[in-house]
Design a binder for this molecule. Structure first.
Ligand SMILES: [Zn+2]
Length: 232
């Protein structure tokens, strides 16, 4: 005790040493900090590498995902192609077709005129007499004969075909009828030859789409045909 009192300088030295130590500790801490500071730098330097690895992994994952997607897409495409290939086999012939191949559109639906007591109930296709008339879609013949098959003398020789969608197609002013009532016909099948019979201003096919087999239930045939992918 008395020794310390007697030797204050030493104490100071010790204190200084301690301070120095402290300083060095501080310095150490500082360098440690610096080291720590460096470490993040190193980590940063290393980070790009790991980031690159991560990016690569990500890219690989993405590529794998892409490949998977591509495989999926290819499978879907193949399926679609298969479905497409299967469909035409069934529907190689279009569901609906034009009733004549070459024509000039003359009187259209709802057109007024001296020829009709009411508005025109169908679409007229001007064609030479004897032009093949085709069933616009598959169906069953429900009317076939003179006097519009029962609808009236204005139609001349006419045919009405019932279709699966509930609609009926009518063909009038025919010169020759090739089908009979009850006969099943396919889309595009020749059912008659065009003519100029009945109340007709010249050789043409009068064509109707009806909601029933009978006169008075017609709708716009051009508009209907458009809905089934046929433009005239
Ligand atoms: Zn007509």
């Amino acid at each position: 005790m008395s020794k310390r009192v007697m030797n204050p300088a030493r104490t100071a030295v010790v204190a200084l040493a301690a301070a120095g130590l402290g300083a060095s500790v501080v310095a150490g801490a500082g360098s440690a900090f610096a080291a720590e500071g460096k470490a993040p730098a190193k980590a940063l330097a290393a980070a790009p590498a790991s980031a690159a690895v991560a990016a690569q992994a990500g890219a690989q994952a993405q590529a794998a995902a892409k490949t998977a997607a591509a495989v999926k897409q290819a499978a879907a495409k193949a399926k679609a192609v298969k479905a497409k290939a299967a469909k035409p086999a069934k529907a190689k012939k279009a569901a609906w077709v034009k009733p004549v191949s070459r024509y000039t559109l003359t009187a259209s639906y709802n057109q007024g005129g001296a020829m009709w007591a009411h508005k025109h109930s169908g679409q007229d296709f001007a064609v030479p007499v004897g032009t093949p008339v085709k069933a616009a879609a598959a169906g069953t013949v429900v009317k076939a004969g003179p006097y519009g098959g029962g609808d009236g003398p204005a139609y001349g020789n006419a045919i009405v075909v019932k279709h699966a969608n509930g609609k009926y197609s009518q063909y009038a002013h025919l010169s020759k009828i090739n089908v009979h009532i009850g006969q099943k016909v396919g889309a595009g099948q020749k059912i008659a030859l065009s003519g100029n019979t009945g109340n007709s201003s010249g050789p043409h096919l009068h064509f109707e789409i009806r909601n029933t087999p009978n006169y008075g239930s017609a709708l716009n045939p051009a508009a209907f045909l458009r809905t089934v992918g046929v433009s005239i």
